[in-house]
Structure formats: C-alpha cells, structure tokens
Design a protein around this ligand. Structure first.
Ligand code: GRF
Length: 195
C-alpha cells in the first residue's frame, strides 16, 4: 500500500508510521509527505528518511482553487493508494476530496463523535474532554467525508482519564495510544489492499 501523508506540525504520528514501515510492522511505503507549513517538523522527519516532501499552502498558492488542484495533482502523481491526514490542520478542497473519495483517512485525539468538529484540535480537544468531566477519552481513526471529523469510524482506542489529569498529561497519553491505533489501522487497510 502506497501512503501519502499530510501533516501540519510535529509529525509524531507520521514518525510512528515511518518507524512501523522500517521495522516491518506495517507492509506499506510512504511515497509523499505534504505540509501547509514549510517549517513543519513532519517535513524534516520525512526528509531524514528520504521520503519526498512538498510544501503546499496559501503561500505557494494564494488561490484556494489552485491550491486544491496542486494538492490533488501531487497526490495523483505520487501514485498513492491511501491519503493519511496525520495532524493536518487545513480542510481539503473539493477536487482532492472527490478524486480520493474513499481513500482518505484522518486521526483525531478523542472518541468521536464526541469532542470533534471545527475548532476541536490540538490541546483544545483535551481541555474540552476534561471540562465535560469525561472518565474515558481516546483516539479515533476515520474516513474523511469532507466535513471536520465526521466520516465513518474505522477504529477507536480508549484511554482512561485520571482524576489529576491536565490537558497536557491527557494529551501525552492519548498520543501514545493514537500512534499505535494509526499504525494498526493502516496495517489492517494494507492487509485488505493486498487481498
Ligand atoms: C494528533 O493528535 C492528531 O490527532 C491531531 O493532531 C495531532 C498531531 O500530532 N489532529 P503530531 O503532529 O503527529 O505530533
């Protein structure tokens, strides 16, 4: 399975995928990493493993239609079977969504459908989970259908909320579970692709 990833910041999820491919836990290859942020650590991580990278953003393409087309073309050219949104903070445009319909997955650091949707990203998700008094949080891998965090769920992993959790401590624990969940979900999809 040929995977292309889009990421905006640190890329720790991306790193988990790279590691799983390198240690043969995941039978797949990463063929392209795109970021809207030219300084994203995700791009540096990819480059260090000789994975092709691209910076595509409102800076490289001020017209949103042109940006959408550039992303769709780059994904087409790399010949990916699957697109992984690994901490990608932008919404994909209609051309990309249509062309890769049924082939884009996202990861979210909470148990969707709770604590998802526009504005629910990064540390804010965990603040919302704590404010709601949840006793369990977790991570969700789901298909992307165009809206924020709303497509069909592929897999979830549950993480207990501890009484003394801060948003940071909860985020750290969820991230560990999320990395594992993403790799396992990709392995399952790769298995299906090869059969
Ligand atoms: C992940 O928790 C992901 O669910 C969210 O952003 C985070 C990305 O982290 N959308 P990183 O950049 O992979 O470290």
């Amino acid at each position: 399975m040929r995977i292309a990833a889009l990421a905006s910041h640190g890329g720790s999820i991306l790193q988990a995928v790279i590691d799983a491919i390198e240690n043969h836990t995941l039978d797949a290859s990463l063929v392209l990493v795109i970021s809207n942020n030219s300084r994203a650590r995700a791009l540096q991580r990819a480059a260090r493993h000789a994975i092709p990278t691209l910076h595509l953003s409102g800076k490289t393409h001020p017209d949103p239609v042109a940006l959408d087309e550039a992303i769709a073309s780059a994904l087409t050219r790399c010949g990916c079977d699957l697109v992984l949104l690994a901490g990608y903070m932008k919404r994909l445009g209609p051309v990309t969504l249509r062309r890769f319909d049924g082939r884009i997955i996202n990861t979210h650091p909470a148990l969707l459908p709770k604590h998802g949707g526009q504005g629910h990203f990064g540390r804010r998700v965990h603040e919302a989970v704590l404010a709601a008094g949840e006793r369990v949080s977790g991570a969700t891998v789901h298909w992307v259908d165009g809206d924020y965090d709303s497509g069909a769920i592929i897999a979830q992993s549950r993480v207990p909320v501890k009484p003394d959790d801060t948003a940071k401590s909860l985020e750290d624990r969820v991230k560990v579970a999320e990395r594992k969940l993403v790799v396992e979900s990709l392995a399952e999809l790769a298995h299906r692709t090869s059969n």
